[in-house]
Ligand binder design. Structure first.
Ligand SMILES: NC(=O)C1=CN([C@@H]2O[C@H](COP(=O)(O)OP(=O)(O)OC[C@H]3O[C@@H](n4cnc5c(N)ncnc54)[C@H](O)[C@@H]3O)[C@@H](O)[C@H]2O)[C@H](O)CC1
Ligand SMILES: [K+]
Length: 479
């Protein structure tokens, strides 16, 4: 059966490979370019009425797409001018063919060339961006930005790296970006995601089996189908028993996590706590189980399969030893916050249970100080090195599995940057993993749900809202 590859994200190299394999299968490059240009012209004409349009064409095939757009808009009666970077005579291949089909003059790049534009098409650089944008290109793109008219980017906003989403030198802010076949990782990693505006993925005739053969390791996070719906015949012990090592002082973190774990369907949640904190937990949410037994005794019950440690934990030698002891158990572990901080310099080994690390950027740097690269590549390397699933938090959270798979999450709002939000996320993941999801699936679904809660809650969201919003989000997943 054909796999659904629609959520796969391609790297730039994989896009070139898909292109090449398609051409080898008998679809010419010129046909692909025509399809790319038609898709862009279609997206423009369905959104905007005819108006003075300036198309900025670069020296490669991104510029070639621009020439196709120019011809198609001109044929529909639009007034179109082209600014071309470099000499027309230097164009090659399909870009040259399409330049030859444009019977009018082109003008050189210059800020002045933008002046009367009511709509701008950015066909300067796409997949082939290799160095910083500077000089006359930067000046012209700046003028295009200042014109304050709609900007349509072909494939990528020029200046954005298609793999990392990083800006090389400078980049243009687009209103829409039309890309081809599949989105690229740079469309969803920041700042690329913001610079793209709306991302539209157009079919240009590259067939799904070609993408299956390439087997991209990156996806856009789309895990709703993984939700473990309770079974009619099930009872609470079928629905997982999670344990949270309760913080001594920051008891709120543990309570937020426990509420979220239960809201996503965990059958039972035990908070392991000592001293005064034990009494705090005993007198709070009545649905939590609370135990002041020794942690080893609590975990002796094999049904308690997943442990969350870190939220509100605090730092100290005793607590560090506790985290290390947990690593030697066969329980599924979710290590968050202070637990991560205390593992800096740890020598990662294969564990018997699943391991999920949920660092933000600061914790990640302490845990993996030698790992560099794009957010995606750093998460992937960390997962490989630690043999754990790594959930690298942020507005473009990346989840990486030890086997090389990565997903980029796109749900959420800036209101999630609030105290207790991470504790809630860790709790959601606990609730899902204790029900039997593996740590990668649990992390993907947990992150997606957490973001959906924020979207549903809207403005003014605080972390206490997240568990309350979960039922509303889950209802939207019911068939
Ligand atoms: N299947 C598809 O996705 C299709 C994609 N198409 C389009 O082709 C481009 C990629 O084309 P390519 O020629 O490989 O690269 P670019 O046009 O992006 O740029 C290459 C060109 O630019 C020069 N260059 C790169 N960086 C800089 C810089 N900072 N300053 C100055 N010059 C720079 C480089 O030296 C080259 O000369 C893809 O994005 C799609 O838009 C096709 O339509 C076919 C189908
Ligand atoms: K572009």
């Amino acid at each position: 059966m054909a796999k659904n590859t629609k959520n796969h994200l391609l790297s730039v190299a994989q896009m070139y490979e898909a292109d090449q394999r398609t051409i080898e299968s008998g679809i010419s490059g010129i046909r692909l370019m025509e399809a790319a240009g038609s898709a862009i012209a279609r997206e423009i004409t369905t959104r905007w009425s005819p108006r003075k349009t300036v198309i900025l064409c670069g020296p490669g095939n991104n510029g070639g797409d621009g020439f196709v757009v120019a011809r198609l808009l001109h044929n529909k009666g639009w007034y179109v001018r082209i600014l071309l970077l470099g000499e027309r005579d230097n164009l090659k291949g399909d870009a040259k063919t399409n330049a030859d089909r444009w019977p009018f003059e082109t003008q050189p790049f210059s800020p002045d060339g933008i002046k009367d534009a009511d709509l701008i098409v950015d066909a300067v650089f796409g997949a082939g961006l290799v160095r910083d944008v500077d000089g006359i290109v930067a000046l012209t793109l700046k003028a295009a930005q200042q014109q304050n008219v709609p900007i349509i980017a072909v494939d990528m906003p020029s200046g954005v790296d298609g793999d990392s989403g990083q800006i090389l030198g400078m980049a243009i802010q687009a209103d829409i970006t039309v890309t081809f076949c599949r989105a690229k990782t740079g469309h969803y990693l920041l700042p690329g995601r913001t610079l793209c505006g709306d991302v539209i993925v157009a079919d240009i005739g590259i067939q799904d089996p070609i993408i299956e053969q390439i087997a991209p390791e990156n996806t856009k996070n789309a895990p709703a189908h993984l939700f473990p719906w309770p079974k009619t015949e099930g009872h609470k012990f079928d629905r997982g028993h999670g344990v949270i090592v309760g913080g001594q002082q920051m008891t709120g973190a543990t309570r937020l996590a426990a509420l979220c774990a239960r809201r996503v369907g965990a059958g039972l949640i035990t908070i392991a706590a000592r001293g005064t904190a034990y009494m705090v937990y005993r007198t709070c949410e009545p649905g939590n189980l609370v135990s002041n037994d020794n942690l080893n005794e609590i975990l002796a019950d094999p049904r308690k399969n997943t442990v969350l440690i870190g939220p509100g934990l605090g730092i100290g030698e005793g607590r560090k030893a506790l985290v290390k002891d947990l690593l030697n158990t066969d329980k599924n572990l979710i290590l968050d916050a202070d637990a991560l901080t205390m593992l800096a310099g740890h020598n990662w080994q294969n564990r018997a249970g699943e391991t999920l690390l949920t660092p933000h950027e600061g914790e990640f740097k302490r845990l993996f100080p030698d790992i560099t690269g794009s957010k995606l590549e750093r998460a992937r390397q960390a997962a490989h090195q630690s043999k754990a699933t790594v959930l690298l938090k942020g507005p473009d959270t990346v989840i990486a599995a030890p086997d090389g798979r990565c997903t980029i999450n796109t749900t959420g709002t800036p209101w999630l940057a609030t105290a207790g939000s991470g504790d809630s996320l860790a709790g959601i993941c606990l609730g899902l993993i204790c029900q039997g999801l593996n740590s990668y699936d649990g992390a993907c679904l947990g992150t997606w749900l957490h973001g959906k809660c924020a979207e549903t809650g809207g403005v003014g969201l605080i972390s206490e809202d997240i568990s309350t919003l979960l039922p509303e989000v889950l209802k939207t997943l019911q068939k």
